[in-house]
Write a protein that binds this ligand. Structure first.
Ligand SMILES: [Zn+2]
Length: 317
C-alpha cells in the first residue's frame, strides 16, 4: 500500500508541469551497457558552470523485482533527470541506492531517490562525512560554483539507511549483487558493485577512463592494492566514476594503475634525492597526461599529495 502510494506520488510529480528542482540544460541520457545494466555518462573535466556539475557517471540495474541505483550524480536537479530516464525504461520501484563514496559529484542527488522510497546503502566510513569540515568546505565551494542548482533551498543530505561495515552480497529479482569495500583508496569509504550475471562492475572513482584521476589526499599505495581486487572480478564491462563505459576493462584498470605507479615513481625518486617538490614537479615527465581532461585541475595536486605521502613513507610512518 505504501509502495503504491509512493508510486502514485511519483507519477503525479513526474507529470506535473514544474519539476521540483531547477532544470539543467545538459543532456542526461541513459545508455544500456549489459543485459540489465545502464549508465548515465557524465561530461568530461572537472565540475564547472558550463557542465552544470554533470561530470560524473551514475548507473542502474533493472531486475524483475525493482531497480538498484549506483550513485546519484552531483545535484538534485541532475538526479531528477536521471530518475526520469529510469522511468522511461521501467515503472518498477527503485529499491536500493548504493553510494560509491561521499564526494559531491556522486551523492548530492540522494534525496531524489530517497523521496521515491529507495533505501540508501553506503560504507560506514562515509558516516562521518556529512557535517565534517571537509563536507562544509566542499558544500560552500559547490554553492559558489553551481548556485543555480545547489543552494540551501534545493539541497538536503539524508543519511544512509544502512551503513555497511564491509563486503555485502544481496540478491534482487534473481540477480546477484556483490558490494565490495575497497577503501581506503580514493576515499575512506570506497565501495564498488559487481553484478554477477552481467559481468558488470561499477567501479566508482577507483578507475578513471580517459582523464587524469583525482587522487586528492588518497593513499596511492592502498589504491594500487584496491586495483588488484577489481582485477580479480575479471569484469566484462566496467562503468568508471568518470569517463566512458569500458568493454575492455583490463586496459582501463591498467591505465589508472600505471598513472598512480608513474606519479609514485617520479615523486618517490625526488623524495629520495631530497629534491624540493616545485623543482621535481617542473622537471617531471608529464607529457603523456597533458592532453588528458582534468590535467590542469587534478595533476599537480595529485603529484604534490603523492610527494607528501612518500616523504612520510620514507620516514617509515
Ligand atoms: Zn570521488
Amino acid at each position: 500500500m505504501r509502495r503504491l502510494f509512493a508510486l502514485l506520488c511519483l507519477l503525479l510529480s513526474l507529470t506535473a508541469a514544474a519539476a521540483p528542482y531547477p532544470p539543467v540544460s545538459v543532456q542526461v541520457r541513459a545508455e544500456r551497457v549489459s543485459p540489465h545494466g545502464f549508465y548515465i555518462p557524465g561530461l568530461s573535466g572537472a565540475a564547472s558552470r558550463e557542465n552544470e556539475g554533470f561530470m560524473s557517471n551514475a548507473g542502474f540495474v533493472v531486475t524483475p523485482a525493482g531497480v538498484v541505483v549506483f550513485d546519484t550524480l552531483g545535484s538534485p536537479s541532475l538526479a531528477w533527470e536521471m530518475l526520469r530516464r529510469i522511468r522511461e525504461i521501467t515503472p518498477l520501484p527503485i529499491r536500493r541506492v548504493i553510494i560509491s563514496h561521499y564526494h559531491a559529484d556522486h551523492y548530492y542527488g540522494i534525496q531524489v531517490f530517497k523521496d521515491v522510497g529507495a533505501e540508501v546503502w553506503a560504507n560506514e566510513a562515509g558516516r562521518a562525512m556529512v557535517g565534517s569540515e571537509d563536507w562544509r568546505q566542499r558544500y560552500e565551494q559547490r554553492k559558489e560554483l553551481l548556485g543555480t542548482w545547489i543552494n540551501d533551498g534545493t539541497q538536503r543530505f539524508p543519511p544512509a539507511d544502512l551503513w555497511l561495515s564491509g563486503d555485502t552480497d544481496f540478491e534482487l529479482g534473481g540477480l546477484h549483487f556483490q558490494l565490495r569495500y575497497v577503501g581506503p583508496a580514493h576515499s575512506p569509504e570506497d565501495m564498488v558493485m559487481y553484478v554477477a550475471e552481467d559481468g558488470l562492475l561499477f567501479a566508482g572513482d577507483l578507475v578513471f577512463k580517459g582523464r587524469v584521476p583525482f587522487v586528492g589526499d588518497a593513499d596511492s599505495r592502498l589504491w594500487l592494492a584496491a586495483m588488484d581486487k577489481l582485477i580479480a572480478f575479471h569484469p566484462k564491462v566496467l562503468v568508471p566514476g568518470h569517463g566512458e563505459v569500458s568493454h575492455d576493462p583490463m586496459s582501463d584498470l591498467t591505465q589508472t594503475r600505471d598513472y598512480l605507479r608513474d606519479v609514485r615513481r617520479q615523486m618517490g625518486r625526488a623524495v629520495a634525492d631530497l629534491v624540493p617538490f616545485e623543482e621535481a614537479y617542473a622537471h617531471g615527465d608529464w607529457a603523456k597526461y597533458e592532453a588528458m581532461p582534468a590535467f590542469a585541475e587534478a595533476h599537480r595536486r595529485n603529484a604534490y599529495n603523492t610527494y607528501l605521502l612518500m616523504e612520510k613513507e620514507s620516514l617509515g610512518k
